[in-house]
Design a protein around this ligand. Structure first.
Ligand SMILES: [Cu+2]
Length: 137
């Protein structure tokens, strides 16, 4: 019995070493684990926020994983310029600007769990309703 257990453990160890050598196991059969709300390669979370002429963000609340890169795409369907500005929860302030009809994206990471406010820094836009929250879990 002892021998069998030992053999099993060494088999496990060998498998561990093997999977470590294949570099992250991206191609191994662990696809059943549920992905976070966003998808993408290398654990980058893809989030799209739409802005337009209605002085609001869609969606107004975003949930991401803590410590995982977020690629945020700002899609501006309106006529005037807007931006996504986030200064809390990130190492460096995030400022993603898109002029009318444009789509821009940038990547950032929220290092600590929490709920942080973002807004549009164009004069008057935040007070007109262009604010939202991003929660890192
Ligand atoms: Cu705006």
């Amino acid at each position: 019995m002892q021998r069998r257990v030992f053999a099993f453990i060494s088999l496990l160890a060998a498998m561990l070493v093997l999977s470590a050598c294949t570099g992250g196991g991206a191609t191994t059969g662990t696809t059943s684990s549920p992905a976070p709300a966003a998808s993408g390669s290398n654990g980058v979370q893809q989030v799209t926020v739409t802005v337009g002429n209605s002085m609001s963000f869609e969606p107004t609340s975003i949930t991401v994983g803590t410590g995982q890169p977020v690629q945020l795409t700002l899609r501006n369907t309106g006529l005037m310029p807007h931006d996504f500005s986030l200064s809390d929860g990130v190492a460096q302030p995030v400022h993603i600007a898109a002029s009318g009809g444009q789509t821009t994206s940038d990547t950032f990471t929220i290092d600590y769990p929490g709920t942080y406010a973002f807004d549009c820094s164009m004069p008057g836009h935040a007070s007109a309703g262009m604010r939202g929250t991003i929660s890192a879990q």
